[in-house]
Design a protein around this ligand. Sequence first.
Ligand SMILES: [Zn+2]
Length: 461
Amino acid sequence: MKIFDSKSSKKISFNPLKEGKVSLYVCGMTVYDSCHIGHLRTFLSFDFIVKSFRALNYDVHYVRNITDVDDKIIAKAKSENTSPSAISEKYIQEMHDDFSSMSMLSPDVEPKVTEHMDSIISFIDDLISKNFAYTTKHGDVFFDVESFENYGELSNRNLKDMVSGSRIDIDDTKKNPADFALWKISSDEASWNSPWGKGRPGWHIECSAMSRDYLGKNFDIHGGGLDLKFPHHENENAQSKCNHDGLFANFWLHTGPLTIEEEKMSKSLGNFVTIKDILKKYHPEVIRFFLFSTHYRNPLNFSFHGLDESKKTLDKFYDALRKVDLSDTKNIPLDEGVIESLKDDFNSPKLISFLHKILDKLNKSFLNNKNESNSIADLLISSGSVMGLFQSKPDEYFKFISSEVLITEEEIEDLITERNLARNQKDFIKSDKIRDDLKAKGINLEDIGEKTIWKRVTLDE
Ligand SMILES: [Zn+2]
């Protein structure tokens, strides 16, 4: 099994600390706003990574934290005249709803910062007593980057370059401009008592403390979006290694960046696409298919055109599955083609091209050997399962209703009945008109013998 270790920038053999087991910590959401497509890309990638490990018979312990203490949460609470906890509770609920709409698996543990304050404080206390951190005259606590000689090892930077690049905002209470806060004194609503005074932790320390609480000082994999590599992960790495005699995560996995219609996603550009936005229009499996078409490490450009194209491709798979009697589907072991893709740094595009090969076989079986169709369909369903594909019944998939739907299922069925009546009466002008009207609303009819089946298709502009 090979995985790409983002620290060494190399695809290397994955050897876990304990044979057959994987301990994984992923930095989760800061809960002050709705989850957007960039979050989805990151967390769905780790969903796939966990499912891949499990499919390869690893016993995975998956921890993904929730950052529920943050200046952005406090600012939002002020602007909405409510408490920080009301804001974080609202967005935790939203996140869980979004992720379950996408059929994502839940992490084994989902620790919150507010529930781990003792452990965070004792972590900071240890760093101070070992001289890796210091308090300022205001009571703030900073990590002393010069005390860790390998500072910069994760993101491949050196301290001198970092310092010369950060002249603009020098806090005169810090020993070095690159030192970062472990504890900030504050007296507002979101603050806790500590040996240094009332305040709250800096961002990075929470993950060092919570990963140790659930996975120990040394664990297998630390993951997150590439934007977290510096400074967040660099700082976690420094704190933990200093406090634990050089021990921390053995491998680092980072998911690639995402652009929206070729632009960086940002609030100021007004191009924020939330998970809810896309779920209004696309079946969750279409969104999965689109995201998995790009390898998790590569840059991904999100576009609605791309989603439409993914729907067309996924439709072809479901078109074929619809022709098979799936009432007797068998669970079969994963094919070597799937295993090979997973073991190659979770190569989802390679897995998708393998699915296309199975689809070709399935379509050929309809013409040549119908007896084989069922076993090929079983192979297709089992091979798509790690990515969460082909988990719907084909009829249900094609009937997926987007909130922009022009016509309901009931209306469609009524019109089909009306059309069949017209056809029986040889009123083909009427029956053709019904078919064309439905087509204009994105409904394609197909007559199979006496039966008429239908599906929703993407309307071409
Ligand atoms: Zn983190």
